[in-house]
Ligand binder design. Structure first.
Ligand SMILES: Nc1ncnc2c1ncn2[C@@H]1O[C@H](COP(=O)(O)OP(=O)(O)O)[C@@H](O)[C@H]1O
Ligand SMILES: O=C(O)C1=C[C@@H](OP(=O)(O)O)[C@@H](O)[C@H](O)C1
Ligand SMILES: [Mg+2]
Length: 206
């Protein structure tokens, strides 16, 4: 990061105050990868909800789904996210299904700024194909599953404070776009819900 970018991130960090930055969106959108970068840029602790669930249960997400079923996983997910958000400002990468829970949406609205990393199906499929650790996609036709999830979930993700489209750019560039989107949201408010940042980040040499 350039010195200018670092100074900008410190300003954004101050604007965030006691809130957390919460990433939502479908599997493969980059919540975990971008969240980690974003946390480093903003000098905030990073928490991945799935990793917290795995640590709390001493099981993998895949084993939880298999042995206890999705409802039990969702109950655990809701509790873990509520606990993490009580703990002070963080960058939190949620799992793709978390924001579908109304109580979780309310908790996030109270304690955080929510960012929807939106993405088209081709990008999502390419990115999830690298690992076989997502139980919902263990299906003969994972693309059809993803299409169905897009139809069900995108109208709900659209309730996030800001939408940042995931594109085929580096993780650092995506994280810089999220920083810009958060800054715009916290200064201008809802006036500009969809972020079209790109040029600004590039101009700062991110
Ligand atoms: N901007 C990006 N450029 C290249 N690869 C990316 C980018 N964002 C995410 N990835 C990769 O895509 C895969 C899925 O990302 P991940 O962060 O696990 O998504 P999510 O947590 O939203 O399911 C990972 O292998 C990750 O490294
Ligand atoms: O979309 C979902 O319902 C899920 C997404 C996963 O997280 P990522 O979105 O980080 O892949 C994980 O929580 C679980 O496999 C269920
Ligand atoms: Mg993830």
């Amino acid at each position: 990061m350039t010195r200018e970018t670092t100074a900008h991130c410190k300003t954004v960090r101050r604007l965030i105050g006691k809130r957390s930055v919460v990433l939502v969106g479908l599997m493969g959108a980059g919540k975990s990868a971008i969240g980690r970068k974003l946390a480093a840029m903003l000098e905030l602790p990073f928490v991945d909800a799935d990793s917290e669930i795995e640590a709390a249960s001493q099981m993998t997400v895949a084993d939880l789904f298999e042995q206890y079923g999705e409802p039990e996983f969702r109950a655990l997910e809701k509790r873990v996210i509520a606990r993490v958000l009580k703990g002070g400002p963080r960058v939190l990468a949620t799992g793709g299904g978390a924001f579908m829970n109304e109580q979780t949406r309310q908790t996030i609205a109270r304690r955080g700024v929510s960012i929807w990393l939106s993405a088209d199906i081709d990008l999502l499929m390419e990115r999830v194909s690298r690992r076989q650790n997502r139980p919902l996609l263990q299906n003969p036709d994972p693309r059809m599953v993803m299409q169905k999830l897009i139809a069900e979930r995108y109208p709900v993700y659209a309730h996030a404070d800001v939408e940042v489209p995931s594109q085929d750019v580096s993780k650092d560039e995506m994280a810089a776009r999220v920083v810009e989107a958060v800054a715009t949201f916290l200064t201008v408010g809802n006036a500009s819900r969809v972020s079209h940042v790109g040029a600004a980040g590039e101009a700062r040499g991110v």
